[in-house]
Design a protein around this ligand. Structure first.
Ligand code: CP
Length: 314
């Protein structure tokens, strides 16, 4: 079967490890397509996809749009701030109106955790919308499944099979959808996942997800195969979780000196957008070994794989 066990991509939680492996191996094939002079394939001809972005995005929005165009889909782009939402229309009414125009898939980014689940459930009750497939492009602090898949793809390119590999996610774990999706995705691929950050930014009881918790950055640098550095999500924080950027950078900002003198320094990833000089120094971000732009490049192939496999469902 060349499709996924799920009808929608709402989170990594709903995928099994075979689904993840299938997405990653299909992405390898699409990455090869993207190296060719003619990068476009007809796989999604006659499929129409609406990108509904109610929250800011650079990488995810452009990467989904490019993936859709490389697959020959018809693409509609919708920005929440310029829509009739400002006149009081609800999310479900907005989606139903877009789907009434014979749209097949909806990619949604929204600040509310669970928004893509809510949409998938509600749309199933409307005759004109019940066949639509929903893809979560980031729902508040909950999940960002395609980011986790492209991170895993990038790690596999450099580490091979991720079983037993030690991967640390560093920074604002409390407010990060990338952290939760990465933990779930990497564990389903057999990796040993850790988190590192100040106690105020690590969710209580996170050990119950099977992760190891560190509070000293040098300890994870010395002992892990890769670090995924996360930014401080100021827009999702109420109150103050640490004294200021200077103190954060001093204790949790990855600097060149952390990586010196280690036989096999860890790979360094960052999902973006970066706060240079806070969670990562420019020296580290711009090292030739940094994988940050590889993640962005791989995002197109991984999103092509997700769209293609979802559309292949019988
Ligand atoms: N990594 C990520 O989601 O970036 P954007 O917010 O720019 O899409």
């Amino acid at each position: 079967m060349n499709s996924l066990s799920v009808r929608h991509l709402l989170g990594i939680n709903e995928l099994n490890s075979e689904d993840i492996q299938r997405i990653l191996s299909t992405a390898t094939e699409f990455k090869e397509v993207l190296q060719r002079p003619i990068k476009k394939v007809p796989s999604l001809r006659d499929i129409t996809i609406a990108n509904l972005f109610f929250e800011n995005s650079t990488r995810t929005k452009l990467s989904f749009e490019l993936a859709q165009k490389r697959l020959s889909a018809d693409v509609l782009n919708f920005s929440g701030s310029q829509s009739s939402l400002a006149k009081g229309e609800t999310l479900v009414d907005t989606a139903n109106n877009i789907l009434a125009m014979k749209v097949d898939m909806v990619v949604i980014r929204h600040s509310a955790p669970g928004s893509s689940h809510f949409l998938a459930k509600r749309l199933a009750g409307f005759p004109k919308s019940k066949h639509a497939q929903i893809i979560n492009a980031g729902d508040g602090t909950h999940e960002h499944p395609t980011q986790a898949l492209l991170d895993a793809f990038t790690l596999q390119e450099h580490l091979g099979n991720l079983a037993e590999k030690r991967i640390a996610i560093v920074g604002d774990i409390l407010h990060s959808r990338v952290a939760l999706s990465n933990i779930r995705c990497l564990q389903k691929l057999g990796a040993k996942v850790s988190v590192c950050g100040p106690p105020t930014l690590i969710p209580k009881h996170i050990e119950q997800l099977g992760v190891k918790v560190y509070h000293r950055l040098q300890d994870v640098v010395n002992s892990h195969d890769a670090l995924n550095m996360l930014r401080i999500q100021k827009e999702r924080q109420e109150g103050s979780y640490f004294p200021g950027n200077y103190e954060y950078a001093r204790f949790y900002g990855l600097q060149q000196q952390h990586l010196l003198g280690i036989d096999r320094p860890p790979l360094v990833l960052h999902p973006g957008p970066m706060n240079r000089g806070v969670e990562i120094s420019s020296e580290v971000a711009d090292r030739p070994e940094s994988l940050i732009l590889d993640q962005v490049e791989n995002g197109v192939a991984v999103r092509m794989a997700v769209l293609f496999l979802l559309a292949s469902r019988p």
